[in-house]
Design a protein around this ligand. Structure first.
Ligand code: HEC
Length: 141
């Protein structure tokens, strides 16, 4: 080292290294606090049939979506507070096509992580529940 850097220059590089390391730590902390995992969800992946709107799907929508898609002025006029309003869709039309999750805008948006617009993505399990519920006919069950 002493052949490349004079003593003071070497010290300066040490400081630069130290500061970039601190910057990395701070950036990582920010990233982690933004993309927190969904603590309420159970870790196991469900593969079962007869998903219930009331018991399985609605609690997810209530917890993660209705803050924006509910109330007096729901985002994009999409109200996710009830089965009926969900099936009406948004100002652009239907967001759930019964039996066809791959053509359902709502599924596309949660699978891509586009929605929920704030906070962590839905867990793989929550996404799978909604996918299955749509494919089973999007029933009010
Ligand atoms: C923080 C507010 C917020 C939350 C939470 C949120 N959304 Fe949205 N959503 C929006 C806004 C705003 C738009 C309009 C498009 C945009 O800005 O990206 C939108 C658009 C959509 C659309 C597209 C509607 C259309 O016809 O274009 C769907 C579907 C949707 N949201 C579903 C959901 C679902 C499902 C959840 C919960 C898992 C959710 N959103 C959570 C704010 C939110």
């Amino acid at each position: 080292m002493k052949t490349i850097f004079s003593n003071s220059k070497y010290k300066m590089y040490k400081w630069i290294l130290f500061f970039s390391f601190m910057l990395l730590v701070i950036a990582t902390a920010f990233f982690l606090s933004y993309k927190t995992t969904d603590v309420g969800a159970s870790p196991s992946m469900i593969v079962r049939e007869n998903i219930s709107f009331k018991n399985d799907v609605q609690p997810i929508l209530e917890r993660r979506c209705t803050k924006c898609h509910g109330g007096e002025f729901p985002s994009e006029s999409l109200n996710l507070e009830s089965y009926e309003s969900l099936m009406v869709g948004s100002q652009n039309g239907e967001v759930v096509i019964a039996g066809d999750s791959s053509n359902s805008l709502l599924f596309e948006q949660i699978e891509s992580g586009e929605m929920p617009k704030r906070g962590s993505d839905l867990t793989a399990e929550q996404i799978e529940l909604i996918r299955q519920w749509i494919n089973e006919g999007a029933l009010n069950n």
